[in-house]
Design a protein around this ligand. Structure first.
Ligand code: DC
Length: 223
């Protein structure tokens, strides 16, 4: 039987990964965070000081892989688990830049399609419903206002030393949205057949429930 593929796209900070993880646990599907793949390429490029015009030829040396350990996705560069290292603001910004490079997208395309062909997946990213899995069984575009996304991020970071200001976080989100939506290759946009879920006024449980409802409407009881 064909595997079920659920695509969730949307801007940074809309809660895609947290919510998709909750939903995938409920459904028993694998959760695939494709942003982690772009971040890992960005880390590889940063660590090796590779200039833009040398990225394409350097990609085969990157050896990026996803592994699922106790059902949780980890990303590897060669044998090194870099799942923690890719979560810095520098790598966020670098990933936004490198993910606009067509050769990088082409390099990661097959990895993403293979996982979806072999498993029931909830895959989140920017172009999953539009480019990577155009025939996904369910497509969701998950968003929230930039101010609410900045607010959530600020609350997450507020306890940490060197926490950026709310305004810095908001500026960063607006800049990343712009870069992700205006690049030439596979820009962030809602697929025509995607269902819009706006979480500005929803908490995590409410957002997960809204997504489960969309899935159930499309494919019947998904469990
Ligand atoms: O979801 P994230 O913030 O971890 O993604 C990091 C960057 O990678 C983000 O700037 C957009 C890019 N990305 C992409 O272009 N396509 C995807 N499918 C996933 C992420």
């Amino acid at each position: 039987m064909k595997n079920i593929n659920i695509a969730i796209d949307g801007p940074a900070g809309a809660g895609k990964s947290t919510i998709a993880k909750m939903v995938s646990k409920k459904l028993g599907y694998i959760y695939v965070d494709t942003g982690a793949l772009y971040r890992t390429i960005a880390l590889y490029i940063t660590e090796n000081n590779i200039p833009d015009d040398k990225i394409e030829e350097a990609l085969p040396g990157a050896d990026v892989s996803l592994r699922f350990i106790d059902g949780t996705q980890r990303v590897f560069l060669g044998d090194r688990d870099v799942s923690g290292l890719i979560r810095t603001p520098e790598i966020s910004m670098a990933a936004s830049h490198t993910s606009a490079i067509p050769a990088v997208r082409a390099y990661l395309f097959g990895t993403q399609q293979k996982i979806a062909a072999e498993n029931n997946v909830i895959m989140d990213g920017r172009d999953i419903g539009t480019v990577v899995l155009p025939n996904a069984d369910v497509k969701i575009f998950l968003t929230a206002s930039a101010e609410e996304r900045a607010n959530r991020r600020y609350k997450e970071l507020a306890e940490k030393p060197d926490c950026p200001s709310y305004q810095e976080i908001l500026d960063d989100i607006i800049k990343r949205d712009y870069q992700d939506m205006h690049r030439e290759t596979a820009p962030l946009k809602q697929a025509e057949d995607a269902v819009l879920v706006d979480t500005t006024h929803l908490d995590l449980e409410g957002s997960a429930d809204a997504i489960i409802r969309v899935i159930t409407d499309k494919i019947g009881s998904a469990e």
